[in-house]
Structure formats: structure tokens, C-alpha cells
Design a protein around this ligand. Structure first.
Ligand code: FAD
Ligand code: FES
Ligand code: FES
Length: 457
């Protein structure tokens, strides 16, 4: 095994395990750091939370290749030089915030990362930071209260980690540092798997114990890390994590920040990327409705050159996209809303926090002389791919944005989109709530101040 290195609890380590081994398995089985627990092995419970370069992530979904050159802190690394508890550990113990031995280490690591990220000002900040730490049997109130008393601590500064090429145990993990090198590898190895945050791919090695034979990591290529916030367009590198992209995305419209705080958990958003969300081609991914409503464009590249594809042309069928076997998604270009445009993005899921959408919707309207001149009604969860309801858009055009026009569009959505029924919801429920989300958009625009969320009642 060649050259995979990381810093573990402050000490440099060479890693001998195969590169798509999960960080959790390596910590527990090779390093015997068993404070980091395995609960669900699929990113849901937070028992495996560790801090990588200052950010909380799920060790169960993190591959060793991803942490090459990075700094990993586990709950054992929080102890002081005389093995005294860290202030977060001390505070939780003193205020009855400790839970069972499985849950507590994950909570501690999430709070430690929160502290380093500037701390929490409100209970809402704490809830957001802990949404990925699921068990609350012993009570949540003391944990939130404790978190609010913690002073913020200095953030870790992380140098740009290097690339590399690692092999072992029949696995290969490539970390190119330039777009040219990434595209070369992609062209030569179309069967290799592109890895970004691994919040989707990590489920293979973690839950199914299915190793990834050949992985190409896309996260250290500068073009895929671009963030350009221009006057009328936002360009996001495909491998920016949600956490990195969030401030710029949130600037597009006030409904976007609350929407994205419901995508996975803090741990998932610290690793997961928009490029990965598009790469899964899931019909219920949360970014496509936004991209469809804004008429976003993707930049795709291969050794044959670059091309731009409108997001509306990207999804070809269930889990099928226009991406060729030798291509990668480099960046996403999002036009900003024009002055006077109406917009709203909304998500319905069985659980408010950290749950995949049952239905998601993003709407954008332009009005001229009080009438709709242009409409985008984009949905996730309503078809085999993320879709626009084009007949319903047409039903709105030329009409004032009022209840009569919306009711006509709602009927059209029901006729045009035929969602499936599954364990999340019946087809009928999905059709009903898609219409209700459009009604909610109208209420938000025409009745400011009206309570639109259960939480605000
Ligand atoms: C607990 C949990 C909760 C989740 N909650 C949500 C949720 O609320 N909403 C939601 O939408 N998703 C959710 N997800 C799914 C997942 O986190 C997202 O889809 C995420 O955006 C995937 O990004 P990634 O970078 O981790 O992708 P990866 O797992 O690294 O890759 C996913 C796919 O994309 C491909 N890919 C990655 N980058 C590129 C690229 N640049 N070019 C071409 N192909 C590429 C990969 O080859 C792979 O096929 C959740 C997952 C978990 C485990
Ligand atoms: S073990 Fe549950 S999130 Fe990792
Ligand atoms: S299972 Fe750990 S506190 Fe509930």
C-alpha cells in the first residue's frame, strides 16, 4: 500500500488498509479507537461522527482515500494532556446531557465541531448542528442548554491536502489534482467510480460491505472547487460541499437556506456535493428542482472537450443522465433571479430533519403588467426524473397570479405528472401535495405574514 497518510488526533499516520475501507472500520479495527461507534452504518444516526479538518462527518460513509493528507479527530483525541475531559465532555456530564455510550461520543463530536465553527447563538443553531445525531432517549433539552453555554473555540486551519495514487487489498484509489489528470483517468478507466463526498457511494463499503475496486476522487481538482458569485450568475464547482456552497446559494432567495438545512444532516452537508447529487440521478434529489426552476446549466468535460447542457436536458430517464462514460460534471451555472421575479422552494418529507424528500418543488414566475410572462414549476418525487410541469406552466402564462390561475394549474399538474406510490407516500398523496405547494407559493406571495409552516403556527 503506497503513501496514504493522515493526521490522527494530532499524530501523523501511515495507513496500510485498502483505500476504500471506511474510516470507521479503520479507526475501530486497526487503530482500536472504539469510542467512535457504529450504529446504523448508513449516515443516519451520527454515532460514528468524527471531525475531519474541523468539520463533523460520518466516519461510516468516509473512505480512507478521502482523508489522505487530512486531519482526523476522534472522541479519544479530545482528552487533555493528563487525560482530563475536554470542556464539551465536561459540560455535558455536569449538566445531565450525557446519553448512552453509543450516542454520547457522536453528540460530543458534533458539539466540538460546532464550537470550532463559531459556536451556537440560538437553540435553532444547536438543533441544526445536531439533526444528524439521532437518539434522544435521555432528553434533548440539557444538550441544547449545554451547547448554548459553550464558548466558541478557534477553528482548525487546514492546508490544501495533496493528491495521490493508492492501492491495496485489490483496490485502487486515485486522487488527481488537475482537471487534465482527472479527465485522462476518466477516459482510460470508464469503469472506475467517481467519488465526491461519498455520502451516497459510501453506503456500498459501509452498509453492504461491498468494496469499491477502483475509485477516482474528484474533490481536489481546482475547477471542481470554483465558487464565482457574479452579478447575474452563480457558478459552483461540482465538488464543493453543500456547506461550502450554502452561503452563496442562500443569497439567491430567502427560502433556499431553510430548504438546504433540511438536506441530510450537518455531517452529510459537510461531505456531500451538488455534483454527487446530480450524479446519483435520483428522482428525489433535492438540488434538481432548484436547478430546473432557475434554468441552470451544467459544464461537462472529457478529454474530447467541454460542453454545456441545460439541466432540463440532463435527466434522460430513471437514474439515466446525458453524462457520457468518459465525462465528469465540472460546474453548475445558476442564473440569479431577475428583479421582481417570484420564487419559492419547498420540501415535504416524513420527518422534518434529515429525510429524503417525498415531494420537493421550486417555482419561479416573471410578471409583466400583472400577468405571468414566464413560469417554471419544477418538482422532485413526481416522476421517474426530476421534472418541470410544462402544461401547468403554460396554464399560468398570460394570467394574473391569482387563485383562479393556480387552481387551473393544479388540475393540470394532476393530469400531467404521474408519480409513483412507495413507502414514503402514495401516488395520490404526492399529486395532492404538489398542488398544495403551488397554493402555498401563491399564499406566500399574496398574503405576507401568513403562517405557512406548522412550526410558525
Ligand atoms: C443520511 C443521508 C441523508 C441524505 N439526505 C438527502 C437529502 O435530504 N436530499 C438529497 O437530495 N440527498 C440526500 N442524501 C443523498 C446524498 O447525500 C446526496 O445525493 C449527495 O449530494 C451526494 O453527493 P456526494 O458528493 O456525497 O456523492 P457521491 O456519493 O460521492 O457520488 C454520488 C454519485 O455521483 C457521481 N459523481 C460524483 N461527483 C461527480 C462528478 N463531478 N461528475 C460526475 N459524476 C459524479 C458518483 O460517481 C456517484 O455515482 C442523503 C444521504 C444520506 C446517507
Ligand atoms: S453509524 Fe450511523 S451515521 Fe454512521
Ligand atoms: S440509544 Fe443512546 S441514548 Fe438512546
Amino acid at each position: 500500500m503506497s503513501g496514504l497518510r493522515l493526521t490522527l488526533n494530532g499524530t501523523g499516520r501511515s495507513v496500510g488498509a485498502p483505500p476504500s475501507t471506511t474510516l470507521l472500520d479503520w479507526l475501530r479495527e486497526t487503530e482500536h479507537l472504539t469510542g467512535t461507534k457504529e450504529g446504523c452504518a448508513e449516515g443516519d444516526c451520527g454515532a460514528c461522527t468524527v471531525v475531519v479538518d474541523g468539520r463533523a462527518v460520518n466516519a461510516c460513509l468516509t473512505l480512507l482515500g478521502q482523508v489522505h493528507g487530512r486531519s482526523v479527530t476522534t472522541v479519544e483525541g479530545l482528552l487533555g494532556p493528563g487525560r482530563e475531559p475536554h470542556p464539551v465532555q465536561h459540560a455535558l456530564a455536569e449538566t445531565d446531557g450525557t446519553q448512552c455510550g453509543f450516542c454520547t461520543p457522536g453528540f460530543i463530536m458534533s458539539l466540538y465541531a460546532l464550537q470550532r465553527d463559531g459556536g451556537a447563538k440560538t437553540a435553532e443553531d444547536v438543533h441544526e448542528a445536531l439533526a444528524g445525531n439521532l437518539c434522544r432517549c435521555t432528553g434533548y433539552r440539557p444538550i441544547v442548554e449545554t451547547a448554548l453555554t459553550l464558548p466558541s473555540a478557534s477553528a482548525e486551519t487546514s492546508a490544501s491536502p495533496p493528491g495521490g495514487s493508492f492501492a491495496g487489498g485489490g483496490q485502487r484509489y486515485e486522487v488527481p489534482e488537475s482537471l487534465a489528470a482527472l479527465l485522462e483517468l476518466r477516459a482510460k478507466h470508464p469503469d472506475a467510480v467517481l467519488v465526491a463526498g461519498a455520502t451516497d457511494l459510501g453506503l456500498g463499503p459501509s452498509r453492504s460491505r461491498a468494496p469499491i475496486p477502483f475509485a477516482i476522487d474528484v474533490t481536489r481538482v481546482p475547477e471542481l472547487q470554483v465558487l464565482e458569485d457574479g452579478a447575474d450568475r452563480l457558478t459552483l464547482g461540482a465538488a464543493l460541499s453543500y456547506t461550502e456552497a450554502m452561503p452563496a446559494l442562500a443569497g439567491l432567495h430567502p427560502t433556499i437556506h431553510p430548504y438546504f438545512t433540511r438536506l441530510g444532516s450537518r455531517q452529510i452537508r459537510n461531505a456531500g456535493t451538488i455534483g454527487g447529487n446530480l450524479g446519483t440521478a435520483s428522482p428525489i434529489g433535492d438540488t434538481p428542482p432548484l436547478l430546473l426552476a432557475l434554468d441552470a446549466e451544467l459544464t461537462l468535460a472529457s478529454t474530447r472537450g467541454q460542453r454545456r447542457v441545460a439541466i432540463a436536458d440532463f435527466f434522460l430517464g430513471y437514474r439515466k443522465t446525458d453524462l457520457a462514460a468518459d465525462e465528469v460534471i465540472v460546474a453548475i451555472r445558476l442564473p440569479k433571479l431577475k428583479p421582481g421575479a417570484l420564487f419559492r422552494i419547498d420540501k415535504l418529507s416524513k420527518r422534518y430533519d434529515q429525510d429524503i424528500s417525498t415531494v420537493a418543488a421550486a417555482f419561479r414566475l416573471s410578471l409583466v403588467d400583472g400577468k405571468v410572462s414566464d413560469a417554471r414549476l419544477a418538482f422532485g418525487g413526481m416522476a421517474a426524473t426530476p421534472v418541470r410541469a410544462k402544461a401547468a406552466e403554460a396554464a399560468l402564462i398570460g394570467k394574473p397570479f391569482d387563485a383562479a390561475a393556480v387552481e387551473a394549474a393544479v388540475i393540470t399538474i394532476g393530469a400531467e405528472l404521474k408519480p409513483i406510490g412507495d413507502m414514503r407516500a402514495t401516488a395520490r398523496y404526492r399529486s395532492m401535495v404538489a398542488g398544495n405547494l403551488l397554493r402555498r407559493f401563491l399564499l406566500a406571495e399574496t398574503s405576507p405574514g401568513i403562517a405557512l409552516e406548522v412550526a410558525s403556527l
